[in-house]
Design a protein around this ligand. Structure first.
Ligand code: SF4
Ligand code: SF4
Length: 110
């Protein structure tokens, strides 16, 4: 019997791997430390250097009238480049993975 077939049979006997959406206590499941979820933005820390806009591969970041930035999360690919390049650490990819909204506006971080 081939190694692949043996591995398939072993997998059949193992318990399924599932993660509960809510913990027994009704709390949200913890996500890994480096998980890239919905962007968080500290407008007070932002100096308006626009480096994040220059690095964003999907055009998800735009300027605002106050010379700050806003993030269209619905365009974001969660690459993390904006967080990496920000000199003030004003952008982070948080742990929020619930990205379903009724209005598109709910997916804009400013
Ligand atoms: S994580 Fe990537 S795609 Fe999303 S806003 Fe930042 S640079 Fe753009
Ligand atoms: S890179 Fe950081 S400091 Fe510069 S505009 Fe973007 S969020 Fe603001």
């Amino acid at each position: 019997m081939g190694r692949g077939l043996r591995a398939a049979f072993r997998a059949l006997l193992r318990k399924p791997v599932r993660v509960r959406y809510l913990t027994e206590a009704g709390e949200m499941v913890p996500v890994p430390e480096r998980y890239r979820g919905k962007i968080t933005y500290d407008k007070g820390a932002c100096i308006g250097c626009l480096l994040c806009i220059r690095t964003c591969p999907s055009g998800a970041i735009s300027t605002t009238e106050e010379k700050k930035v806003e993030f269209s999360v619905f365009k974001c690919t969660f690459c993390g480049q904006c967080a990496e390049i920000c000199p003030k650490k004003a952008v982070k990819l948080g742990s929020d993975f619930e990205l379903v909204v009724y209005e598109k506006e709910g997916m804009v971080v400013r």
